[in-house]
Design a protein around this ligand. Structure first.
Ligand code: ARG
Length: 614
């Protein structure tokens, strides 16, 4: 192929398989090489400032690097821009580069290049030729992570939805992903829970009765009431914790029963959400045998200091309201360990035993400082080498329709099963009335499948479409709306294209769609709407890559929302069945097919199933 001229890096990868060029990344690399050639190796890590063009008439990409360099290089940005352009060899990919205004580079992709890229995408239905990362990494995604015997709340729902989607994106890029559910299954609260269980269900513990505490949350509350009211119960509960930690068989048995019971409830939610089955429960208890070692490591690194009987690590810059240094406590005066100690032990295990190269923690933004400190201590104590990337992936709160904390009318925490079932129920009502209005007959299985896909998809999409850092309101009407940036809208957009394809296959014979796919090399982009759609389709690889690095699934939602708009414009102005020639018809059918594949792939990465019709 023509591009072989430039035989290094991304280009080599581009030719290795039938994947598309990761255009933005590839161009960035080219600009960087030009900078190095022109101004020396100190620019090897410079940010090439390559962004999508702000207006279509400027082309596809814009490079703004000359502006900030003006100062440090003491020359006019326009001269710098010219120096860069003179060293950019992109003839096969771009039109001659224009220098605009004070020194912006306008980059416009060449038609044959775009056609070739589209051909590759069309030929690869499953992944639309999105390239694999080079090199791939071992990534751990720590997500969901609810607490035993407590209600799984909307924060855990967000973590589950975001974590599941990010895992899919990373895996799609070829990384080896380990999904870990860091369940809160250890700690002092188990003393009172076990004690309460021994009183309430001795038969179950003896193995003579079935355990019947369907409502573990009420059970937790009962235990807590006793704990708060009864000093004797408190003392026994503390003794029970010590027994559990020492590994007493009867305590462990009670503990396991409680965990199993909770996990049943969690699994119900995961099942309905369709969470990846490989999400592995590896709770806090797993790291219990490793906590002592953490303290030793910290001591060896001279990071430990005793303060009021507790073992602490003081980091610069952390102070309490009074301005006094605020340490991270790793062991209490009674010898008990902390949430942070467990996270340090988990770090050691994940880096050492699991060989992770990138670790993501998907939790609410309230835990940012916790992770900041854990990461800093992990580095200082050499538990984590600098080659391993640690990233907290924070998210905002879920609010009620009134903009306040999400609660039921009576002020209780909303049960996730109820919340999800309600979404499905509403989707069911909408669908049924539409079916009646349209005079259709549909069997019960179809109605059930569609309601579930739309209802659950709506909840997931509403969460993912917002920048995860902001709070969002949980509003059924909005998330289930057929118009707007919602799951139902996207699912309809997909089903509509599939409908177009079905009608084409009926008229032209089933092979017509295959022919369109195989002969896509003749893709024609004369109409402005065709070209606009094609340009957008070509950005898929850039977007996936962006999500991979910035961990913002909302970018993918934005992308497909825009895609459906561009598709509609294309479909309104470019007749498919009535196309002027067979070749043009094939080309347009191929664009329809690719639009459907890109939608399906993207929704899949968001954890949302598509439907052939609704
Ligand atoms: N169980 C915690 C919670 O409910 C979340 C755990 C997050 N993961 C971690 N490694 N600390 O807030």
């Amino acid at each position: 192929s023509k591009l072989v001229k430039d035989a290094e890096g991304a280009t080599a990868q581009y030719h290795a398989g039938e994947s598309t060029l990761d255009t933005a990344a590839w161009l960035s690399e080219r600009v960087r090489s030009a900078l190095v050639e022109a101004y020396g190796p100190e620019y090897a890590d410079a940010d090439p400032m390559l962004v999508p063009a702000s207006r279509p008439e400027f082309g596809d990409y814009q490079c703004n690097v000359a502006m900030p360099l003006g100062k440090s290089l003491k020359s006019k940005p326009r001269d710098i821009a010219e120096n860069i352009v003179a060293r950019l060899r992109l003839e096969d990919v771009c039109e001659p580069i224009e220098i605009a205004g004070p020194g912006f580079l306008n980059i416009k992709l060449r038609m044959p290049f775009m056609q070739e890229q589209l051909r590759r995408m069309i030929a690869d239905e499953a992944r639309c030729a999105v390239p694999l990362a080079v090199p791939t990494q071992r990534v751990i995604v720590d997500y969901s992570s609810p607490n035993i015997a407590k209600e799984m709340h909307v924060g855990h729902l967000r973590s589950t939805i975001i974590g599941d989607s990010l895992s899919k994106v990373l895996e799609f890029r070829g990384h080896s992903v380990l999904r870990l559910n860091h369940v809160g299954d250890w700690g002092t609260q188990f003393g009172m829970l076990i004690l309460h269980l021994k009183d309430k269900a001795p038969g179950a513990l003896a193995g003579t009765d079935e355990l019947d505490i369907s409502d573990l949350v009420t059970f937790y509350k009962e235990a807590k009431v006793r704990f708060d009211a009864d000093a004797e119960f408190q003392t026994s509960a503390r003794a029970e914790v010590v027994k559990l930690q020492a590994g007493a068989e009867d305590s462990l048995k009670a503990w396991r029963m409680l965990c199993t019971q909770s996990e049943k409830a969690f699994n119900e939610v995961y099942g309905l959400l369709g969470v990846d089955k490989r999400l592995e429960t590896r709770g806090e208890s797993f790291y219990n045998p490793r906590l002592g070692r953490v303290i030793e490591t910290l001591r060896e690194a001279s990071l430990l200091r005793e303060s009021e009987g507790a073992q602490c690590v003081f980091l610069d810059g952390y102070v309490n309201r009074e301005g006094e240094p605020q340490p991270m406590i790793v062991q209490k005066s009674d010898g008990g360990f902390m949430y942070s100690t467990t996270d340090l032990a988990a770090l050691a295990h994940r880096v050492g035993d699991e060989r992770a190269e990138r670790i993501l923690y998907v939790t609410d933004a309230g835990q940012s400082q916790h992770f900041e400190q854990v990461f800093a201590i992990g580095r200082l104590a050499s538990i984590v080498p600098s080659t391993v990337s640690l990233e907290h992936v924070p998210f905002g709160l879920v609010l009620g329709e009134d903009g306040k904390k999400f609660k039921t009318r009576s002020g209780e925490t909303v049960k996730l099963m109820d919340l999800l079932s309600e979404a499905v129920r509403r989707a069911h009502t909408d669908l049924s009335s539409r079916i009646t209005a349209e005079g259709r007959t549909e069997d019960a299985d179809f109605v059930e499948l569609v309601s579930r896909t739309v209802g659950i998809g709506a909840v997931k999409y509403a969460d993912l479409a917002m920048n995860r850092n902001s709070n969002y309101r949980f509003e059924y009407d909005k998330m289930l709306a057929l118009n707007g940036n919602t799951a139902p809208f996207m699912l309809y957009a997909y089903a509509r294209i599939r409908g177009i394809q079905r009608r084409a296959a009926e008229k032209l014979g089933a092979g017509a769609l295959d022919t369109a796919r195989l002969q896509a090399s003749e893709i024609m982009l004369d109409a402005p709407a065709e070209l606009a759609l094609a340009r957008h389709l070509l950005k898929l690889a850039d977007v996936v890559r962006e999500v991979e690095s910035e961990l913002l699934p909302s970018k993918l939602c934005e992308y497909i929302f825009e895609l459906s708009g561009k598709f509609n414009q294309f479909y309104e102005s470019c007749p498919v069945m009535q196309a002027e020639s067979a070749q043009l018809q094939r080309s347009r059918l191929a664009l329809c097919g690719l639009s459907a594949s890109v939608l399906k792939t993207s929704l899949g990465l968001l954890g949302i199933d598509t439907l052939e019709r609704l």
